[in-house]
Design a protein around this ligand. Structure first.
Ligand SMILES: *Cc1c(COP(=O)(O)O)cnc(C)c1O
Length: 434
């Protein structure tokens, strides 16, 4: 089925799509930011298309943060066990919700630390260079933090990233990686690869990778497959367990809407549940006996065994509020709306700006569209500035790409319409559905 066939470019059609949207009420469960500059415009919320960078605040988050502060005031140390949500097991409040968005068993997932810290922890345990088999495959366009983490892990083991890191890039003139090319590269270099580390959704292009196919290839060769799910978690319906990924890490402030610096997440496949964590801390120790302060580390089987410290309860509280919404809406219903909503934005942009924009994001994707402006660089950036002034919040990736993510939990079809209409105006072509 061609999804664009059912779309129409008129504004009333966008309103009709919102009226028919059963997930539309979730928008009211979030705080919508207002424009900062123009007091007149500030009556309308901005069109927020930046959930791939920082998700909006669930309204219930402040209550849950307040609850922690109140428990601290009233109970102090006793809140560890006597609070309504005891701090001792507070991180377990998010286990079920995280397992549902990650598509895994509860014992395969844990909320802890930050993304890059978790990536290092996982590589400390799962990257085991062994003679010729010592290289790490990543994409040449990897997020800088992932690249720094990989290079420093290599150097830490006495290896030179120039030879021990293998980069894979899209073909000349293409923006997405082809699954066949990834599989062929792994096959070709299997004898020297110890670890393949790839994103679930690529942060720049918005491409969703075929994780199941890549995992199958890695398994066939006995290579560890790790996934950076920063842009995938809460964005696409993941099935990390069934896809047979070895480990995955993510942050919780993008599509998971848990706030700046929120506690991140980590997945460890059940087949590694009995593996002793490479780097240990007391929070990974058997929970029933943790406070006996025994000298020898006895890890909790599964992902929880990788915990180092007692977590930031304040930073976990908004994640509870957010995951409640994911559970109510359901990640599959959200993914279905997301395909339609992002397809609609793509439809409008290609209808109105067929020559002025190029959509870099392939059909395999989540919410994000990476939109290249095919005009001179100075004009492209000026257009982005005017888009911001018009109350459209997206982000800019030099030299000429705007990333826009209509997020199914809080964005409307009208938001996609307003963004496409504004971009058409600022590029000065004057063709819209008005
Ligand atoms: C957002 C993002 C990060 C950020 O790392 P932090 O440790 O949370 O600061 C890292 N890697 C990728 C792929 C990301 O998208």
């Amino acid at each position: 089925m061609n999804p664009t066939r059912s779309f129409s470019p008129t504004r009333s059609a966008a309103q009709a799509l919102d009226t028919a949207d059963e997930l539309a009420p979730f928008r009211r469960r979030f705080h919508l930011p207002r424009p900062q500059r123009d007091a007149e415009a500030a009556r309308q919320p901005v069109v927020y298309l930046c959930g791939h960078s920082l998700g909006l605040q669930p309204r219930h988050a402040a209550d849950l943060v307040g609850e922690v502060l109140t428990d601290w005031q009233r109970l102090a140390v006793d809140a560890h066990f006597d609070a309504g949500r005891p701090w001792y097991s507070y991180h377990e409040q998010v286990t079920g919700g995280l397992a549902r968005v990650a598509g895994c068993q509860p014992d395969e997932v844990v909320a802890m630390n930050s993304l890059t810290a978790n990536l290092h922890l996982m590589m400390a345990g799962f990257y085991r260079p062994d003679g010729a088999r010592h290289r790490i495959l990543i994409e040449s366009g990897a997020f800088p933090s992932d690249r720094y983490a990989v290079d420093s892990q290599l150097r830490w083991r006495g290896l030179d990233p120039a030879t021990a890191r293998l980069d894979i890039a899209p073909r000349e003139g293409e923006h997405a990686l082809r699954t066949d090319d990834i599989v062929a590269t792994i096959d070709r270099h299997a004898d020297t690869l110890a670890l393949v580390l790839l994103p679930g959704v690529q942060y720049l292009s918005g491409q969703l990778l075929d994780l199941a196919a890549i995992a199958r290839t890695c398994r066939r060769h006995g290579i560890v497959f790790g996934v950076d799910a920063a842009h995938a978690i809460g964005n696409v319906a993941l099935r990390l367990h069934d896809w047979d990924v070895d480990f995955a890490v993510w942050c919780s402030y993008k599509y998971l809407n848990a706030g700046p610096g929120a506690v991140a997440g980590c997945f460890v496949h059940a087949r590694h549940a009995r593996r002793t964590p490479a780097l240990a801390g007391w929070w990974g120790h058997d929970k029933r006996r943790r406070f006996r302060m025994a000298p020898d580390f006895d890890p909790i089987p599964g992902a929880e065994g990788w915990q180092l410290s007692n977590p930031s309860v304040l930073a976990l509280a908004p994640l509870i509020a957010s995951l409640e919404l994911f559970d109510e809406a359901g990640i599959r219903r959200l993914a279905a709306k997301s395909r339609r909503l992002t397809g609609y934005l793509e439809y409008l942009l290609t209808e109105w700006l067929p020559r002025e924009v190029e959509i870099l994001t392939p059909a395999e994707r989540g919410a994000q569209l990476s939109v290249r402006l095919r005009v001179e660089p100075a004009r492209a950036h000026a257009a982005f500035e005017r888009l911001r002034a018009a109350g459209i919040v997206a982000d800019w990736r030099a030299p000429d790409v705007i990333r826009m993510a209509p997020v199914p939990l809080y964005n409307r079809f009208q938001d996609a319409w307003l963004a496409a209409d504004a971009l058409t105006r600022v590029l000065g072509t004057g063709r819209t559905g008005g």
